[in-house]
Write a new protein. Structure first.
Length: 247
């Protein structure tokens, strides 16, 4: 943990030229060693946590094993310089992460999460502790039993803040999870196809909380339905079977 934080600090203290000199397409270069070790350790932890989550849902601990192995891992190292007017600025706007699990290592307070009453709470920094956040994919997979947390990053007037966010997203949900996803989204008034479109939009625009995606989709759906007078699934369907049986 400390190695990764130190590497991030060292990196952001470099000049632009020095930063450029470290650019490479080889993720195994020695310069990446400390961060690479951290990424590996965080990935191991994420996989263990996914097992616990699946077990808590009454599923096999190895559920989605292959999809997780083949899924994507992104490590974002965020640097928020000190801001003279922190009440007027945000380091990162409110969003939920689109993957399953994110592990955050923050150098100082700044991460805030939103509760049901839409109040913001600061996540304390506890020496040696990491923050685990659930993302949209887990909310969808668990049919809403687990909630994707809406969070944001505030800035500080005196000191620069660093955070390392290690994200994990399973590749493609298998059929059973897709059914759950489809039902969940349908309950919210959104088709899976439209969700995937919106997910792409979210990726392109970096972040959009799930609730916001649903809202945007509903707005669009209203417009499309009016325009074409077609039933919900026909207007936005993706060929996903409406009835599937399991053994
Ligand atoms: O800086 C933080 O604590 C939050 C970072 C974050 O939410 C992200 O990278 O997705
Ligand atoms: Fe995030």
């Amino acid at each position: 943990m400390n190695d990764a934080s130190d590497s991030a600090t060292e990196f952001f203290n470099l000049s632009s030229e020095e930063k450029m000199s470290l650019a490479s397409s080889n993720v195994h270069e020695p310069v990446r060693e400390k961060m690479g070790n951290y990424a590996k350790a965080a990935y191991k932890l994420q996989k263990q946590l996914m097992k616990v989550v699946f077990e808590s849902l009454g599923l096999n601990a190895n559920y989605l094993h292959d999809e997780i192995e083949k899924g994507s891992q992104v490590m974002a190292v965020n640097c928020y310089p000190a801001c003279p007017e922190p009440h007027l600025a945000l380091g990162m706007p409110p969003h939920s992460d689109y993957g399953s699990l994110t592990i955050i290592n923050q150098s100082s307070t700044g991460l805030q999460i939103m509760d049901h009453g839409k109040n913001w709470h600061s996540v304390p920094v506890i020496e040696g502790a990491l923050v685990v956040q659930l993302g949209d994919q887990l909310e969808i997979m668990s049919n809403g039993q687990y909630k994707s947390v809406i969070h944001r990053a505030t800035v500080n007037s005196e000191k620069k803040r660093l955070s390392i966010a290690k994200r994990l997203k399973a590749l493609e949900l298998p059929l059973q999870a897709k059914i759950a996803e489809q039902n969940y989204l349908l309950n919210k008034g959104i088709t899976r196809f439209a969700h995937s479109q919106l997910e792409r939009l979210a990726l392109a625009h970096e972040y959009l909380p799930l609730e916001r995606l649903v809202f945007v989709q509903k707005e669009r759906l209203g417009a499309v339905e009016k325009e074409r007078s077609l039933p919900f699934d026909v207007a936005w369907g993706d060929g996903f079977p409406s009835e599937v049986t399991f053994e």
